[in-house]
Design a protein around this ligand. Structure first.
Ligand code: MTE
Length: 316
């Protein structure tokens, strides 16, 4: 018998969205010249042959629909363009032409890659991920991108590289939010090299079958679906392999509220609000929050034996 094991983040397309919306996303991928996305899409992402996904461990999430794009596209955190959710208009000033991403630090050889280089070298696939903000709202998004682990392999980090540090652009002409000098610009985030080498972290270049909207963090952002959304840094220009643990943007501002690990954990409240439930952005319903946002099968092993390091604020 030919058994194809689907990773647990795989929400069957048929469950996650309507057939029409799915077909529409596929044709958009083709229209935007990302036919390669469809062509190179691993079998596990194709819809029709996987209608038997009921056996999949994460099938329980299948009832959760993809959040309509209009909702996601008008409710964003992107402080470079304002410290509120309605940054859609302001974010249109983000200029993505000629964008490059630098890979540097403790690597065999430093590299500067254009977005075209990245697509050509990494390939693209679609993944439907749950996205849970520390502010206790959540959504489900069909991202297009590639596994960060592929980029780690391309960079060939040296053995003393312990963390991967991501940095957003710095340009307060283009992004007026960066004139708010009390924030520690540029936005920085980081993960351990073990986390970065896991299959789940996703470098996102598109959503809903289209090139990434500016407000989503065009042209390339990270999505770490088992961590609170603030770790998922937008509009990345530099990825550095380093030995010392970097301090993230929010950790720098308020370390007691936004720690390095930031793994979704319903049992550890934010100092100012509970994390046990989250508000689905589409329905407004409060739903239970899952440990690791439901991705424990993929990532829980990364944290075994680390309780002491986490201290009383477990996984924060
Ligand atoms: N990346 C940058 N550069 N600037 C930001 O302000 N906000 C973070 C994260 N990445 C942010 C960022 C936060 S707090 C969240 S919840 C998510 O982006 C929001 O992503 P979304 O707007 O796609 O939902």
């Amino acid at each position: 018998m030919n058994v194809i094991r689907k990773p647990s983040w795989f929400i069957p397309e048929r469950e996650a969205t309507s057939e029409a919306a799915f077909m529409n996303r596929r044709s958009l991928l083709a229209a935007m010249g990302l036919g390669a996305v469809a062509a190179s899409t691993p079998r596990a992402y194709a819809a029709a042959p996987f209608a038997d996904a009921a056996t999949h461990p994460n099938y329980r999430d299948a009832g959760r629909k993809i959040t309509p794009e209009t909702i996601n596209a008008t409710y964003n955190n992107f402080y470079e363009f304002g410290s509120h959710k309605q940054i859609l208009q302001e974010a249109q000033s983000l200029k993505t032409d000629g964008w490059t991403v630098t890979l540097d630090g403790l690597v065999e050889q430093e590299m500067k890659l254009s977005t075209d280089d990245l697509i050509a070298k990494m390939g693209l696939e679609e993944r439907v991920y749950r996205h849970r903000c520390v502010e206790a709202w959540s959504m489900v998004v069909p991202w297009v991108g590639f596994s960060l682990s592929k980029l780690v392999a391309l960079a060939s980090p040296l053995s003393n590289a312990k963390y991967v540090r991501f940095e957003t652009f710095l340009d307060d002409e283009m992004a007026r939010g960066q004139r708010q000098h009390w924030y520690p610009w540029p936005y920085v985030e980081s993960v351990t090299i073990e986390e970065a080498s896991n299959d789940l972290p996703f470098m996102v270049m598109g959503a809903y079958g289209q090139v990434l909207h500016k407000q989503f963090g065009a042209p390339i952002r990270l999505h770490l679906p088992w961590k609170y959304g603030f770790k998922s840094i937008k509009s990345i220009t530099r990825i550095s392999f380093v030995e010392e643990r970097p301090k993230g943007f929010w950790e720098e501002l308020q370390a007691k509220e936004y720690g390095f690990w930031a793994n979704v954990n319903p049992e550890v409240d934010h100092p100012r609000w509970a994390q046990a439930t989250e508000r689905d952005l589409e329905t407004g319903e409060r739903i239970p929050t899952q440990l690791f946002n439901g991705y424990g099968a993929e990532v829980a092993s990364l944290y075994t034996g680390k309780d002491e390091e986490f201290g009383d604020r477990l996984w924060r």
